[in-house]
Design a protein around this ligand. Structure first.
Ligand SMILES: N[C@@H](CCC(=O)N[C@@H](CS)C(=O)NCC(=O)O)C(=O)O
Length: 341
């Protein structure tokens, strides 16, 4: 199943519902399965432009010269993965919020791929290069980081070292995409009322007009509710909430395995991937329930890890970020409530 179709957004839903198919829906690329053993797992021919020359240009320049621009939706789990990665490794970036209905921000120059996230990078003396797909974006930039000469890196000591990706970290990266994020639609759109509430929230930070927000809520709310239910059948989800809480517990027990981070004393690509995905839920009703779900040791381990990640990867994203996305970064319920308004 094409990963691109797994987490349909308001944009694709409305496009389908109004029969005005977007280029993305028509030309959604088929990605090969992620190969955890490959250091740079570029699966899509859409990223054929990420050549050795580009990688050398990236690894021989300072991250502050990469000129990263991220095209995103704020609440998209894949976009949150990429933002968390950029924040953790202290790579400066600019965000362009894409209008999910008309996507003018992508259409003029990214005709063959209009899903998000997409980034452009422009290391010194290079034209901007496009990279698509959250996993591939992270893999490519991580490889450039790990090949970087230390004197060029320009990262503060707070950023973790880009060490070789362990097979276990690779396994959890796949788990985040293939198991965890797959549970999101059936939770965010679990009932009609939750579905409409989710669309209200997503509209807050979107670049849609008021009219688009309204039609997106009505049409998207209904259609996504249907897709959530379809996913339950398709992926054998026993209980959307129950399976999601179980996934969080699995991460807290098997993923962290008693350590501060999956990576031990500092975060690795598994941490940043799971963290980014989970953070995308923070402003939704399901996020609130997830963070309140369990008061036992496992729940506490999950929340403690999440807060440690917030501290390790504080967002440098300044233009119109949703305050609710940082809600559960605070260590006390009162502090969290204060950011929820
Ligand atoms: N495999 C892709 C999946 C990206 C994806 O499905 N993004 C959704 C938003 S969360 C999207 O662009 N959907 C199509 C649309 O909005 O038209 C990745 O990891 O980046």
């Amino acid at each position: 199943m094409n990963a691109v179709r797994r987490f349909s957004s308001a944009g694709s839903v409305l496009a389908a519902a109004t029969a005005s198919k977007t280029a993305a829906a028509a030309t959604a690329p088929t990605l090969k399965p992620f190969d955890p053993a490959a250091p740079l797992a570029l699966r899509s021919s859409l990223n054929a432009n990420v050549t050795g020359e580009v990688m050398r240009a990236l690894s021989s320049s300072n991250v502050s010269e990469w000129n990263v621009v991220l095209y995103q939706y704020q609440t998209c789990p894949y976009c949150n993965k990429v933002r968390a990665f950029l924040d953790l490794y202290q790579i400066p970036y600019r965000v362009v919020e894409v209008n999910p209905l008309s996507k003018p921000e992508l259409k003029s120059w990214s005709k063959d791929y209009s899903n998000v996230p997409v980034i452009t990078v422009a290391p010194p003396n290079n034209q901007p290069i496009r990279i698509v797909d959250s996993t591939e974006i992270i893999s490519a930039l991580y490889q450039a980081l790990s090949e970087q000469k230390s004197e060029k890196a320009g990262k503060s000591a707070a950023a973790p070292a880009a060490v070789p990706v362990t097979p276990d970290a690779a396994k959890w990266r796949v788990w985040a995409d293939e198991s965890l994020i797959r549970l999101f639609p059936s939770n965010i759109y679990s009932s009609l009322s939750e579905s409409f509430a989710s669309f209200d929230y997503m509209a807050e930070a979107s670049s849609m007009s008021k009219m688009q927000q309204l039609s997106s809520k009505v049409v998207g709310g209904l259609v996504m509710f249907g897709i959530g239910r379809r996913n339950v059948k398709k992926y054998g989800i026993k209980s959307p909430r129950g399976d999601l809480f179980a996934a969080a517990n699995k991460w807290a027990t098997e993923g962290l395995n008693g350590a501060k981070f999956h990576g031990g004393d500092s975060a690795d690509l598994a941490d940043v991937t799971v963290f980014g995905a989970v953070r995308s839920l923070a402003g939704f009703r399901v996020g609130q329930e997830l963070f309140a779900a369990s008061n036992d040791a496992v729940g506490a381990a999950f929340r403690d890890w999440y807060q440690r990640m917030c501290r390790q990867a504080p967002t440098s994203y300044r233009n119109n970020p949703l305050p609710k996305l940082t809600k559960y970064c605070e260590s006390t319920p009162a502090a969290a409530a204060a950011t929820s308004a």
